[in-house]
Design a protein around this ligand. Structure first.
Ligand SMILES: [Zn+2]
Length: 334
């Protein structure tokens, strides 16, 4: 069985579980592996399991219903891990998008309150809910020497019953002082089958076959797979916009292309509808732009009519109309 539906890292989980069952899961860990393979998701799920006060907590399986689990939130099965759990015994820092390293105040507090706030202080305090605390330092590749020095003591002697997890992409990017004070856990790229299953679950693809195909080109990284997928959409977008720009649109050709595009996702109606709407939304933006730029009454009228036709087509899709029919009717109106 896959722990928390996290694919591809069962062996690592078993190591953590066995340490936990022996009552020895604490200290400083450095998670290493490529971007987009689930390290952060794993760290969050581990924290949730460790902080769980329910029966299943001793197996690191969050019960989902205790005070701690409810407070923690975070569903490892959802696609995004952008929402950071809020729990009084869980602490998280990462590099802000507009900074080139993790700010010192995140780790040891601002100049005025140095040592009295920040991650190192937070993790040293008595737990609120249970008897454990977990801290995650994401983007550890971006710890500069000042930041690294500030956390050395905490890394070396973490407070009892606390777990500190650093997440980075390669050991080469970590300062030796950090590397030597953490247990290094290496995460492998996701095997094609595991990645395909994730892509399928998140509706990126509609068949396992397509998932495997995309997975094999993505180096075992979900992020890379998403990028490739978005690229495919972008390619269609460029071609589609070119056609919309022509004064006289070849409606037969356009209809065929749109039908092919939605056929690619298979037979499931919700996926097909979603795909068609994706393309219709591109058309909406396109004609809105045209309307703004129109420099004659005639071109304004054309753009407005075309915009209207897309809005109607979307309405029909939302009313579960037959998609090839919607496409044909819309292309003819253009
Ligand atoms: Zn629980």
């Amino acid at each position: 069985m896959t722990w928390q539906e996290i694919q591809g890292h069962d062996a690592i989980f078993e190591r953590f579980r066995s340490a936990h069952l022996r009552g020895r899961l604490s200290g400083s860990f450095l998670f290493i592996g490529a971007a987009g393979i689930g390290k952060k998701r794993f760290a969050f799920a581990l924290a949730k399991g460790l902080l769980c006060k329910g029966e299943s907590g001793h197996r690191l399986e969050p019960c989902g219903t205790c005070e701690s689990c409810l407070q923690f939130g975070f569903n490892p099965q959802s696609e995004q891990v952008n929402a950071i759990p809020t729990h009084p015994d869980f602490f998280y820092v990462a590099k802000p998008a507009d900074k080139s390293f993790i700010p010192l105040e995140f780790l040891i507090g601002s100049k005025e309150h140095r040592g009295g706030e920040g991650l190192c202080f937070d993790i040293s305090r008595t737990p609120y809910l249970g008897n454990r605390k977990v801290a995650v330092i994401d983007d550890a590749d971006y710890l500069n020497s000042e930041g690294a020095n500030a956390i050395l003591k905490t890394l070396e002697e973490p407070p009892p019953d606390s777990l500190l997890i650093l997440i980075g992409t390669s050991t080469a990017k970590q300062l030796p002082t950090i590397r030597s004070r953490c247990r290094i856990i290496r995460f492998s790229p996701l095997p094609p089958r595991a990645l395909a299953a994730i892509l399928l679950k998140n509706d990126v693809v509609s068949t396992l076959e397509q998932g495997l195909n995309l997975a094999r080109r993505s180096n075992g990284s979900y992020d890379q797979a998403r990028e490739l997928y978005d690229e495919a959409i972008d390619k269609i977008r460029a071609d589609f916009e070119k056609q919309l720009t022509s004064r006289i649109i070849d409606s037969v050709n356009l209809a065929t292309q749109l039908n092919n595009f939605i056929d690619e996702v298979g037979k499931e109606a919700p996926l097909r509808r979603r795909r068609l709407k994706l393309i219709l939304n591109i058309a909406i933006n396109h004609f809105r732009e045209k309307l703004k730029q129109a420099n004659s009454h005639e071109s304004m009228q054309i753009a407005a009519e075309r915009l209207n036709s897309v809005l109607e087509a979307i309405e029909q899709v939302d009313m579960n109309a037959n998609l090839p029919y919607v496409i044909e009717a819309w292309c003819n109106r253009l």
